[in-house]
Design a protein around this ligand. Structure first.
Ligand code: ATP
Ligand code: MG
Length: 452
């Protein structure tokens, strides 16, 4: 039984259950029909004997029966006995060969050979001392024929019924288990083809299989995302690390081959250190992007004061205090992850300084609109060409003119956009080449506004 499929097991159980139920129903029908037949026979016996009793009299010690007196009616033979149990009138049924004592008004079953009889005696008193017995005898209703008929019908119908039950329950089980077959087939095909983009795609519902299918789809989606970002990370890392690593390798080979002056050596060391710093920054940025993408770094939102957060971040960025101007009202609260929002602010302010001119300024301002909190980082730096303003959010994208600016990985704005999305917000940019740029963060207002 353990090796059988659940569908077959369900079918066997249901078919057996049907068989047992049908058997019980048959037995119940036999019992009920026997009871009804016996009750009917008893009432016939009682009615016949009582009606004959009303037609019996004994004027002047002579037995007289009325015109409605019937010695045989409805299968009931009526006999009249004297007080001394001598048969006065009527005929004993041929096979009723037993001596049965008289009991007034009690119907009982009497066996005579193979036959069963119902017997009812009634005493008819005449005068003070005399009287006669009326005895009604009828064959007990025969149930054997009915039982045989029922058995015959059952033998013909039961196999058909069981076959129908087996077929029906297998069909229902197969239909019910179809979603599970789909799940198994999809999981197997994903395994064989190593294609995580496939989905089970069961229609939405509240039954167990729909929930299981949806859970599996979510799992596949997560796995696919995780595989994709792992692939992306490997590709990005190997592509972006190649240049600084080959610069370091080249510098080392040159230093080994040629006798460098102390100044040249110092230059080589400085270059190696710069490239190492670039590698370390790249790895840090790539890791945080991957974590954000995979959802391993989740935004833990809490209500924070925007003014405090921005002031403390700007303090950490080395800058000329004349060039950084803050316009943040003190009462703006946002639902944000402190670490992530700090990283976002730092990236934008660093960019504003990096792509500004030596004398340009950076303005950081915030305001509240209908449903949003707006944070703006504006500069009057080199600006971004119009045709590249959409592309700056892509990973590793750097505007050509900015390539001269050292230390950039081209990942900063991708991270900024992901952080905005992790907070349920989005980024926009407004920039005029050679005039300046404004990077604007739109955050939803916290649900229970706790503006102080
Ligand atoms: P990093 O990963 O170190 O931040 P990055 O600054 O080059 O490197 P992003 O911050 O993603 O990378 O910026 C992408 C590009 O967008 C920059 O290379 C630059 O060309 C342009 N850019 C970003 N901010 C500004 C700005 N305030 N003014 C002008 N151009 C900008
Ligand atoms: Mg940057």
């Amino acid at each position: 039984m353990k090796n059988l499929s659940v569908k077959i097991r369900i079918t066997i159980w249901l078919t057996l259950l049907m068989g047992v139920l049908a058997g019980l129903l048959l037995a119940f029908m036999l019992f009920i029909s026997k009871m009804v037949a016996t009750k009917t026979a008893m009432s016939q016996l009682s009615q016949t004997v009582q009606s004959n009793l009303a037609q019996t009299s004994m004027p002047n010690d002579r037995l007289e029966t009325g015109s409605d007196f019937k010695f045989y009616r409805n299968g009931v033979s009526t006999l009249i006995y004297s007080r001394d149990k001598a048969l006065l009138a009527g005929r004993v049924p041929g096979s009723f060969t037993v001596e049965e004592s008289f009991q007034n008004g009690l119907i009982r079953t009497v066996s005579a050979g193979n036959e069963q009889y119902l017997v009812l005696d009634m005493w008819l008193p005449i005068g003070w001392e005399n009287g006669v017995w009326l005895r009604g005898i009828m064959e007990a209703p025969e149930n054997r024929q009915l039982a045989l008929n029922l058995l015959l019908v059952a033998l013909i119908i039961l196999p058909v019924f069981m076959a129908l039950a087996a077929g029906g329950s297998y069909w229902i089980a197969k239909r019910a288990f179809r979603p599970l077959d789909n799940i198994t087939a999809t999981a197997a095909s994903i395994n064989e083809a190593q294609d995580l983009s496939r989905r089970i795609g069961l229609p939405p519902g509240r039954d167990e299989f729909s929930l299981l299918g949806t859970t599996f789809d979510q799992l596949f989606q997560r796995l696919e995302k995780s595989f994709e970002s792992e692939k992306q990370f490997t590709a990005d890392a190997s592509h972006e690390l190649r240049t600084p690593v080959s610069i370091i390798k080249g510098a080392c080979e040159y230093a080994e081959k040629y006798d460098e002056t102390p100044e040249e050596r110092q230059e080589t060391i400085t270059m190696i250190r710069r490239q190492a710093e670039r590698i370390s920054l790249l790895i840090e940025q790539l890791l945080s992007m991957t974590r954000l993408e995979q959802g391993t770094e989740l935004a833990h939102l809490e209500c924070i004061n925007l003014n405090k957060l921005i002031c403390s971040q700007c303090e950490e960025i080395p800058h000329d205090s004349q060039r950084l101007l803050l316009e943040i009202p003190e009462n703006i609260m946002v639902a944000a992850d402190t670490a992530l929002l700090s990283r976002l602010v730092r990236n934008l302010v660093e960019n504003a300084f990096k792509y500004g001119r030596p004398d340009s300024c950076v303005w950081v301002s915030a305001r509240q609109e209908d449903n949003e909190v707006i944070l703006e980082v504006r500069d009057n730096g080199i600006g971004i060409p119009y045709d590249q303003q959409d592309k700056i959010w892509q990973r590793f994208y750097r505007v050509d003119a900015a390539r001269d600016v050292e230390g950039g990985t081209g990942l900063g704005l991708s991270i900024v956009r992901q952080i905005a999305q992790a907070h349920g917000g989005y980024m926009t940019v407004e920039s005029i080449p050679q005039v300046g740029s404004a990077f604007i963060l739109h955050l939803p207002k916290p649900a229970a506004s706790t503006n102080a």
